[in-house]
Write a protein of this length. Structure first.
Ligand SMILES: Nc1nc2c(c(=O)[nH]1)N[C@H]1C(S)=C(S)[C@@H](COP(=O)(O)OP(=O)(O)OC[C@H]3O[C@@H](n4cnc5c(N)ncnc54)[C@H](O)[C@@H]3O)O[C@H]1N2
Ligand code: MOO
Length: 358
């Protein structure tokens, strides 16, 4: 820290807030600690009576907190300054926009509806360095345009470039240097709904499952291309799946017949369609009897248990955004859902902003 004549302070970093008081009008900081003095600031500083200032001396190898924050933004979002050019106040890149660095902090916001992904290990590496932090919302959750995704800042006013480089090296070692955060936009999909169950097929009860799916799918860029009702006959269900795929379905949703009764034949029917089963049975309640499979061509075929019809949130809500963002779900990932896999059925549901599936 040193004292400098205000007239000579352009480019210097203020060490403390500078307060302006105009009687009966304003009281507050005109400049914050950490601000870099510009040519235009000089008359303002002189007007608040500051002919001399305490400033940091720019030192070789030391970065201002805002410069450090910009490096954190690159860790998160990727892209050089040029690639991620400012549009007005926003820096847009890879469907995320960044605020301008201010007081050492940058925030990222979703520019599209889609699936938010976090490389947890790389994030941990950066946050383990000290003197810097990145906080995000949970990964693998759907986000909507305008949602806040992450905030990051450098903790001290200045940070060594070496420290930032070390964090960059840790990310490179962890994932080869890929951005920590990504937003995968939803990809428009054609969906086929196959309802199974003799009670519905024979008209004994009304189908109340399909309307639930229609409502849920209505929040995404999805077209329902077919609705078929089948008896508890696995061949009939298999034929319906194959027919839907021939019609160009990207996603086939089979409902009913997912548990252990003699008439519950949907898993067999899905298997016989040629789909490769990722999981049948998941550590999530509601949703234990869920089945996820993929065809060779990448189309997803799901078996949805009865709970998807009656419970507000189930495993279907965890998996659907991923499938709609073309983000394949693995058996291992499903196995990790156990902790947080219990929906608490809160009086007011705040999903996805809750612990379910996290
Ligand atoms: N012994 C066991 N029983 C059950 C288990 C288990 O592990 N062992 N799991 C339970 C869980 S968890 C669920 S979830 C359900 C799974 O049910 P299913 O997917 O097999 O559903 P269904 O048996 O076909 O039907 C259940 C219930 O829902 C009505 N339903 C089904 N589809 C429709 C429709 N399109 N419209 C209207 N109503 C429909 C159906 O009539 C039944 O009343 O299994 C538990 N049991
Ligand atoms: O499979 Mo049930 O799906 O847990 O309610």
């Amino acid at each position: 820290m040193k004292v400098i004549s205000t007239k000579d302070a352009v480019g210097c970093i203020l060490c403390h807030d500078i307060t302006q008081i105009i009687k009966g009008h304003t009281k507050g900081p005109v400049f914050r600690k950490g601000h870099i003095v510009t040519e235009e600031d000089i008359p303002v500083l002189l007007r608040v009576g500051k002919e001399n200032l305490y400033v940091w001396e720019p030192k070789e190898g030391m970065l201002h907190e805002d410069e450090g924050a910009e490096i954190l933004r690159q860790f998160c979002q990727g892209g050089s300054r040029k690639e991620a050019a400012f549009e007005g106040e926003k820096k847009c890149f890879r469907y995320m926009s960044a605020s301008r660095a201010s007081e050492g902090k940058i925030e990222l916001t979703a520019e599209m509806d889609g699936l938010f992904k976090v490389d947890k290990k790389a994030l941990y590496e950066v946050n383990s360095q000290g003197e810097m932090m990145i906080a995000t919302r949970h990964g693998n959750t759907e986000v909507r345009k305008g949602d806040k995704l992450a905030g990051m800042r450098v903790i001290p006013l200045v940070i060594s470039r070496e420290k930032m480089d070390k964090a960059g090296d840790a990310i490179r070692q962890e994932n080869g240097g890929k951005p920590i955060l990504s937003l995968l936009p939803f990809v428009p999909k054609r969906v086929a709904v196959i309802t199974t169950g003799s009670e519905v097929y024979k008209g004994r009860i009304k189908d109340t499952f399909t309307p639930v799916l229609e409502e849920k799918l209505g929040h995404y860029p999805v077209t329902i291309i077919s609705r078929t009702v089948c008896d508890d006959d696995p061949q009939m269900v298999t034929d319906a799946i194959r027919g839907a795929l021939e019609m160009g379905a990207d996603l086939v949703l089979c409902t009913g017949g997912m548990s252990v009764d003699p008439d519950d034949r949907t898993p067999l029917a899905i298997r016989n369609s040629g789909a490769k089963i990722v999981i049948y049975g998941a550590p999530v309640l509601p949703g234990a009897m869920f089945l996820l499979s993929y065809m060779e061509g990448g189309q997803a075929v799901m078996g949805l248990p009865g709970c998807v019809m009656y419970a507000e949130r189930t495993i279907f809500d965890l998996v659907l955004p991923r499938v709609l963002a073309d983000d394949p779900v693995t058996k291992e990932e499903i196995a990790t859902l156990g902790e947080g896999g219990l929906c608490l059925n809160c009086p007011v549901c705040t999903y996805p902003n809750c612990g379910f599936g996290k």
